[in-house]
Design a protein around this ligand. Structure first.
Ligand SMILES: [Cu+2]
Length: 111
């Protein structure tokens, strides 16, 4: 139990540190190139902040199972697609320790 707690704290601290500035790109390359294309349902959206709460399917490329979680929406992506209840196909990558939607389209296969 104690070990698990300590690990969680370390992880939380580590992701916070990613927001700070640090030089060197070698370590970041693997993270920034990994991306997943996945179906996702929109729960909520903040068009001003360009963030959205999505229920996404598994994203093995990013080491993540299906879940509901917040995403940032990149500048080139049409935020109007992110209507609550919409079924989308999104392309997701990781930037600065945060998950970012870099492309989105209506999921035609969703029933
Ligand atoms: Cu997730």
């Amino acid at each position: 139990m104690i070990t698990l707690l300590a690990t969680s704290l370390l992880l939380a601290t580590g992701s916070a540190d990613h927001h700070g500035h640090h030089g060197g790109h070698a370590m970041a390359d693997a993270e920034t190139t990994a991306q997943s294309v996945v179906s996702a349902d929109v729960r909520t959206v903040d068009t001003d902040a360009r963030t959205t709460l999505l229920r996404h399917e598994a994203m093995p490329e990013l080491g993540m199972g299906a879940m509901v979680m917040p995403f940032a929406v990149d500048e080139g992506v049409d935020i109007e697609l992110f209507q609550p209840g919409a079924a989308l196909m999104v392309t997701v990558t990781r930037r600065d320790g945060e998950l970012l939607v870099i492309a989105a389209e209506v999921d035609e296969s969703a029933g």
